[in-house]
Design a protein around this ligand. Structure first.
Ligand SMILES: Cc1cc2nc3c(=O)[nH]c(=O)nc-3n(C[C@H](O)[C@H](O)[C@H](O)COP(=O)(O)OP(=O)(O)OC[C@H]3O[C@@H](n4cnc5c(N)ncnc54)[C@H](O)[C@@H]3O)c2cc1C
Length: 330
């Protein structure tokens, strides 16, 4: 029997739920929102409680507007200053610390992109807690799943720190959809210029192809392609699918393609609907970046190549014959 003071369990749970409040740090370039922010919002919703989104930047009004319409977002916190241009961790960290001081978030999240991997450890260090990186599943407000040993083992961890600071893997969480109507508020004013670094400029590769981490189809090439020129075979095939082109580290190291195409443990993590690996042996470090793809097709002349162990469909063939034939047929 419940004593007079005892509360029904459902009320305790709903109060615990309300105690959670998560800050998602938005990634953007002042005019376009980086898609992984929407995946991070979904992870934040899985934790439960309020979800605030921080938009720091310079003339980043369109981003705040867009995020205020995302379902599940309670509040958008905006900070517009020159110092936030380029989203350097040195300027974002003091801003997040000021917000943490005011709002006492239970969780702070960013996507596991170069930006998130850059800023989250710095915030965690300043708050003296352990960052939890590349979370693939939220079990509860303090229990998270992530992979270890280059994706070969799955770890479920219970975080005991009072504030949980995470990066989340975009490919494991759906993108949060529109359908919300959140309030937009200004962040507390302050001097966030640490003089530790200054954003000067950046040069980004321009491509008409889909971005690797959000592409539905990826055609990836390895050392078997033998030269950068031969990657044209893959671009021709990719055109038929509207696909992105990726590469193994061996292909990148050999200078066939730029390193932003690298997929794997030390490259990009992808999980498209269809991944076609061409002339790639399937080293564990490569598999770590693509084995969550829904369907994997491998083309390799060596029937013993480890890539065939993860492939749903395998073609033992010389890629220089098989790829043009496939392109022709499509
Ligand atoms: C710390 C660390 C991190 C790493 N991170 C990454 C990473 O992020 N991503 C990554 O990819 N690797 C990474 N690597 C490297 C990884 O171990 C492999 O060396 C690399 O993935 C091999 O690339 P590959 O499959 O293109 O080349 P290879 O292993 O040389 O394989 C080439 C394949 O092409 C096939 N082939 C050759 N000619 C033809 C043909 N005519 N037709 C059909 N098939 C053909 C061969 O049979 C072979 O299987 C990392 C390694 C370390 C140590």
């Amino acid at each position: 029997m419940l004593s007079k003071a005892a509360k029904p369990l459902s009320r305790v749970f709903s109060q615990l739920h309300r105690l959670q409040s998560t800050l998602v740090i938005a990634e953007h370039n002042n005019s376009t929102l980086t898609p992984i922010t929407r995946n991070a919002i979904t992870a934040a919703k899985a934790i439960g409680g309020d979800v605030s989104v921080l938009v720091a930047g310079k003339k980043c009004g369109p981003i705040s507007e867009a995020l205020s319409k995302v379902e599940g977002v309670t509040k958008v916190l905006v900070a517009e200053k020159d110092v936030f241009n380029g989203l350097t961790p040195e300027s974002i960290t003091p801003l997040v610390l000021a917000l943490q001081n005011q709002f006492k978030f239970s969780h702070i999240i960013a996507g596991a992109s170069a930006f998130g991997k850059n800023v989250i450890p710095r915030i965690a260090a300043k708050l003296d807690v352990s960052p939890i990186s590349e979370v693939t599943e939220v079990k509860s407000s303090d229990t998270f799943v992530r992979t270890i040993y280059a994706g070969n083992a799955v770890l479920t961890l219970k975080a005991k720190d009072p504030i949980k600071i995470l990066t989340v893997r975009g490919t494991n969480f759906e993108a949060a959809k529109d359908g919300g109507n959140a309030a937009i508020e200004q962040c507390p004013d302050g001097d966030y210029n640490t003089n530790l670094s200054e954003f000067v400029s950046q040069e980004l590769t321009k491509s008409d192809r889909p971005e690797l981490t959000s592409a539905k189809v990826i055609i990836s090439g390895g050392r078997g392609l033998k030269s950068g020129d031969n990657f044209k075979l893959l671009y021709d095939l990719a055109d038929k699918f509207g696909a992105a082109v990726g590469a193994s580290r061996a292909a990148v190291d050999a200078g066939y393609v730029p390193n932003d195409l690298q997929i794997g443990q030390t490259g990009k993590i992808v999980a498209p609907d269809l991944y076609i690996a061409v002339g790639i042996s399937g080293a564990i470090q490569h598999l770590a970046g693509m084995k969550d793809s829904k369907t994997i097709v491998a083309i390799n002349k060596d029937p013993e190549a480890p890539i065939f162990q993860v492939a749903d469909h395998g073609l033992v063939a010389d890629l220089f014959k098989a790829v043009p034939e496939l392109t022709e047929k499509l």
